[in-house]
Design a protein around this ligand. Structure first.
Ligand SMILES: Cc1ncc(COP(=O)(O)O)c(C=O)c1O
Length: 410
């Protein structure tokens, strides 16, 4: 980070001050960790699991044991065998390995077509698009106004050239829960040799699934999305599937992702998965209640506000995404921050460049609707008092941003 930017950040924090109450609603991008997961990770750093899991001495074996036990917990939650998961450091890495590693293993094949939904995370879309210069063809599958994949369009895009299809289980921006079973049925009915990848980073702990039962071939997960530490993620690679590494190195227990595994973070990841799965019903019913309180409260108190994505059981329990027309999204994040409400405008990948979200454009939002969108994630740690505080502040913040906006209500 340049020194100017660092000084700016210091100044901004000083000027900002501490608001009377603070509600953090940005766990889409990064967030808090469960205390149980933090303790498991710290125990690893200081006592059991700090060594290199490939080295043959007691401390190395202890780390290896931590890895094995973590894999048992995580694979049980995913519905696969523990040999079918490999660790990386982020969901971005998992998506890149899934797409690039599979394509690389099939460069000699006559199949050159990769289908991705038009609302995939950019770590899927950009990874796939990077293959175009090597002769692959990337085609986007259209979605409807709520973000559901169009099954007829999917079916018509599949042909004998199709190598791989990637559709996220839950969309990170608009919370749509895809009918993954239906999508996989369409793909495998057309051709059972097509490989199916799902980015399930936002589904774990919120949607009940079993990877084997679904018939998925590759699936990505990230620790920080289940309130585990940053720096751990995993990719499910179904037994026998051929992937080539995209990184090369030396010491590792894993062929496909060389380098030292982040054992303490993986241990914290497994603990967070365990907590999330043990309290699945309680957490999800609480989040659904807070989500709907926030959606209903905003739509009834702010004119010209529209919900992006579906409602009810077809929307993931924690996601709220609302467009405030005649309002600039970035300005709204700053105005809300001054009031102690921390949200993002679009996803982190696009929030530093003033480009409307590709997800909102894909569901048919106009530029000014996509531009004024705010993404919020509720968590099991929030209370209804937190949501009431947010609901008090959003109409005031939107009113102020609209009063100085070049887009005029009318
Ligand atoms: C659906 C989805 N996929 C992938 C990622 C990337 O994960 P990470 O932040 O661990 O790189 C995210 C992160 O926000 C996500 O929401």
């Amino acid at each position: 980070m340049g020194s100017e930017i660092r000084r700016d950040a210091e100044d901004l924090i000083k000027i900002h001050g501490t608001p009377p109450r603070e509600v953090y609603l940005d766990s889409e991008n990064s967030g808090l960790i469960f205390p149980e997961a933090l303790k498991a990770m710290v125990d690893c750093y200081v006592a059991y699991g700090y060594g290199h899991p490939s080295i043959t001495h007691k401390v190395g074996w202890e780390s290896y044991e931590v890895l094995v036990k973590s894999s048992e917990v995580i694979s049980k939650a995913l519905g696969c065998s523990s040999d079918e998961i490999l660790y990386l450091h982020s969901g971005t890495e998992a998506n890149n390995l899934a797409v690039l590693g599979f394509a690389k293993a099939h460069v000699g094949s006559s199949r050159r077509k990769i289908l991705v939904s038009s609302i995939e995370h950019l770590s899927v879309i950009h990874a796939a698009e990077s293959l175009v210069k090597y002769g692959f063809d990337v085609v986007k599958i259209p979605v409807d106004v709520e973000g559901f994949v169009d099954l007829d369009a999917l079916s018509s895009l599949i042909d004998s050239n199709t190598l791989m299809v990637s559709v996220g289980m839950v969309n990170h921006e608009i919370g749509v829960i895809q009918d993954l079973r239906g999508i996989i049925e369409v793909v495998k009915d057309r051709d059972e040799n097509i490989v199916f990848h799902t980015d399930a980073v936002d589904a774990l702990g919120r949607v009940k699934f079993n990877l084997k039962d679904l018939g998925v071939d590759l699936a990505s997960f990230s620790s920080h999305k289940v309130f585990g530490p940053k720096g751990a993620a995993c990719l499910y690679v179904s037994d026998g599937l051929n992937l080539e590494p995209i990184l090369y190195g030396q010491l590792s227990t894993q062929r496909l992702w060389p380098g030292l595994e982040n054992v303490p973070a993986i241990c914290g990841f497994a603990k967070a998965v365990e907590v999330m799965m043990d309290r699945f019903d309680e957490f999800n019913s609480k989040m659904r209640g807070l989500r709907d309180m926030l959606i209903d409260g905003i739509l009834s108190s702010v004119d010209h506000s529209i919900l992006n994505g579906p409602r009810g059981g077809r929307r993931v329990s924690d996601n709220v995404n609302i467009s405030f027309i005649y309002c600039e999204g970035e300005a709204l994040t700053v105005e809300l921050s001054l009031r102690g409400v921390y949200v993002s405008s679009g996803s982190a990948c696009t929030s530093r460049i003033l480009q409307p979200s590709h997800v909102l454009i894909a569901i048919g939002r106009r530029f000014e609707e996509a531009h004024g969108s705010i993404l919020m994630k509720v968590t099991p740690m929030h209370s209804s008092d937190d949501i009431n505080y947010v609901l008090e502040n959003i109409p005031k913040a939107v009113g102020r941003v609209r009063s100085i906006s070049p887009f005029k209500v009318g």
